[in-house]
Design a protein around this ligand. Structure first.
Ligand code: COA
Length: 181
């Protein structure tokens, strides 16, 4: 697959006619900043595990340092406007594992976009040989915990902040509670 793949519909036209998901290009900060601007303070805190008024330049460099073999970020857009970003980053010490992190702007929570991005991330990661996604989700983040559970994640009994998810199952198809997919 070419790295600059064209955007394509993530859902059926009846479900989300204008939703597209595409890989972020290397050093492409625009969609990252646009999504961050539209996140509530609480969502920023839950995603980045610290209160953040802005993304620091070093964070932007890190978050846009994408490479199809180790770090893929996917931008979801509605009508061309970025509404969410999801990414996987390979664990350099356990190459079959990758961290999964997703942020959807608050006004679009609950519309299935986080699920669509996670499934697409799994397809990319699976092709790159990743077998397990690890997500760090604060136990108080009940929405993200429920989202991860719906994707098939299980808690890591040794780490209350971590859930684990089989990439192949997620890549195989969207969960059944999205019948339109
Ligand atoms: C967690 C997050 C990514 C979920 O994305 P989303 O697009 O809102 O989630 P979806 O619409 O795909 O939800 C899928 C399922 O997750 C569960 N879910 C999602 N939000 C939920 C909520 N607030 N309460 C209960 N269950 C919820 C439901 O089972 C839902 O399925 P349903 O709609 O059929 O009931 C989003 O809330 C977010 O960006 N939060 C802030 C950042 C964050 O916490 N990131 C951590 C993730 S690594």
């Amino acid at each position: 697959m070419p790295w600059f793949a064209p955007a394509y519909p993530a859902f059926s036209p009846t479900a989300h006619p204008y939703l597209t998901i595409r890989p972020l290009a290397p050093q492409e900060a625009g969609p990252l900043q646009a999504v961050f601007q539209d996140l509530s303070a609480r969502s920023r805190q839950l995603r980045y595990h610290t209160p953040l008024a802005a993304l620091r330049p070093a964070m932007v460099r890190h978050l846009t340092d994408v490479d199809p073999s180790r770090h893929v970020a996917l931008v979801a857009a509605l009508g061309g406007r970025p509404v969410g970003i999801g990414r996987w980053l390979r664990d350099p010490f356990r190459p079959t594992e990758a961290e999964l992190a997703v942020e959807i702007i608050d006004r679009w929570h609950g519309a299935g976009i986080g699920t669509a991005i996670a499934a697409e991330a799994a397809r990319h990661a699976s092709r790159a040989g990743v077998q397990t996604f690890v997500a760090h989700i604060d136990p108080v983040n009940s929405a993200a915990r429920a989202w991860a559970r719906a994707l098939g994640a299980t808690p890591n009994p040794d780490d209350p902040d971590q859930v684990r998810l089989a990439v192949s199952a997620l890549a195989a198809g969207l969960p059944r509670h999205h019948p339109a997919a």
